[in-house]
Design a protein around this ligand. Sequence first.
Ligand code: DX5
Ligand code: ZN
Length: 221
Amino acid sequence: MAKSIAIGPSIMTADLLNLGAQIESAEQAGVDFIHLDVMDGRFVPNISFGMPVCAALRRSTSLPLDAHLMIEQPENYVDAFRDAGADRITVHVESCLHLHRTLLQIAEIGAVPGVSINPSTPLGAIEEVLPICGQVLVMLVNPGFGGQSLIPAMLDKVRRLRALIDARNPHCLLEVDGGIKASNIKRVVEAGADTIVVGSAIYNDDESVLEAVSILRSSIG
Ligand code: DX5
Ligand code: ZN
């Protein structure tokens, strides 16, 4: 039986002046979740948004909110994002000193605990915590900006992680993020990803959100 593939837009590249309408068009296009890129200007060289935007999204949609925390000391903010309505909270292994404790903290407050790894970080860095993860997010670009190109070498990393997840925690989602387009989404799924974040290939000036999502889904085949 074909694995169901979840697709979620990153609002990083959305028209933030019309966020409500952008979320509505994503819902009508049949996306599965909404991805929030939280950047603090320290862990990544960019600053985006925080809990107030998360809370505003919570009021506007019942879709799962997937908070991607690209911040230092994320353990200090997971409760606040949960209170703001985040359903899945992902921290970076590179910025979390006590990752095991922080993942347990996220689970205890009722959110799905996720860990993300940058392109240069080996899978071994998260192997010990894999059994307590609800999702692992593989960055296919160096984090901090939308509109970048996927790093081809990351496909092999996704393949190796798929084998690890199947062996150690089959319920864990394998999420990928960065540079995904209609031209490469099939290879990313074939490598083993089941949860796909898409920014500029959904929110752009060339096509409607409805067209973009249906092209992505048909490209998976
Ligand atoms: C990058 C973010 C991504 C990004 C995705 O640091 O984590 O979510 O916004 O945008 P695209 O799909 O345009 O690479
Ligand atoms: Zn992201």
